[in-house]
Design a protein around this ligand. Structure first.
Ligand code: SAM
Length: 247
């Protein structure tokens, strides 16, 4: 779930790519059987289990999370959904998923089978509905749904009934992820121009409003945690180990 500055233009359709280090931090805590069942058995040269591990990314963007999932779980069956047509096409051509759907996850029917792992960084505005929609898709035999959310999502009268009835394990990122570049007029006498754009997108050399200097920040103003849901999950929190050298 990604933050937006008030009064700023935001990235189209709430697109913010998740940094690899943040995804890897939570994957390191996932049950070992997920990995064991997604790699070749060296002795037999074949998959050493009865069925493939099934993974879903319900708001996949251009595939920042899906790419990491493919590296960690090479033989898993990875499915993804993305609303935006252009991003869907990029995701599909990147080839990290076995099946990709273009459409609204709220209306997505899938193939009727549950998932061992569901992992997403849903847009802020629809995070709760995405979470609720993924819970019935969790495989009853040890499956998990894992969502990257602002920790502030817990503090709300409206959302309190959900959090009271649904245990979740909060895995706190000790470092704030950079999801976007926040640009604004950098002149002493500010003209008021602001823009939030993708981290990787080219940045203007001058303020679009007045032609003066541009100020840029890439750190997010919110604290984040991966919230894990599943049958054996209890309400608890812990701090994740992260790769401090990763960009
Ligand atoms: C915060 S971005 C995360 C993208 C990707 N997971 C990543 O980390 O790079 C959220 C993505 O959800 C997509 N999205 C928004 N509403 C959606 C919906 N109802 N169903 C499916 N995807 C949706 C947006 O188009 C955007 O690409």
């Amino acid at each position: 779930m990604s933050a937006k500055g008030r009064g700023a233009e935001s990235v189209e359709s709430d697109f913010y790519a998740t940094p690899k280090w943040a995804t890897e931090a939570i994957l390191r805590t996932m049950p070992g059987w997920l990995k064991r069942h997604s790699i070749l058995d060296n002795r037999q040269g074949a998959i050493s289990f009865e069925r493939k591990v099934r993974i879903l990314e319900p708001c996949a963007g251009k595939g920042a999370i899906a790419d990491v999932l493919r590296k960690w779980y090479p033989l898993a069956e990875i499915h993804a959904v993305e609303l935006d047509r252009k991003r869907f096409e990029l995701l599909e051509s990147a080839g990290s998923c076995d099946r990709v759907w273009c459409g609204d996850f709220a209306e997505w029917l899938g193939d009727g089978q549950p998932y061992d792992l569901i992992l997403s960084n849903p847009p802020f505005t629809i995070a709760m509905s995405i979470i609720e929609r993924t819970l019935p898709l969790i495989h009853p035999n040890g499956g998990r749904a894992v969502h990257l959310l602002r920790q502030a999502i817990l503090a709300s009268n409206e959302r309190a009934p959900f959090w009271k009835r649904t245990p979740a394990q909060q895995n706190i990122l000790p470092r704030r992820p950079s999801f976007a570049a926040s640009l604004k007029c950098g002149e002493k006498k500010k003209c008021g121009w602001t823009r939030i754009q993708e981290l990787a997108a080219a940045r203007p050399d001058v303020c679009i409003g007045c032609g003066g200097k541009v100020a840029c920040t890439t750190s997010d103003s919110a604290d984040y945690a991966w919230f894990v849901f599943g049958q054996e999950i209890e309400r608890e929190w812990r701090i994740l180990d992260i790769d401090r050298t990763a960009a």
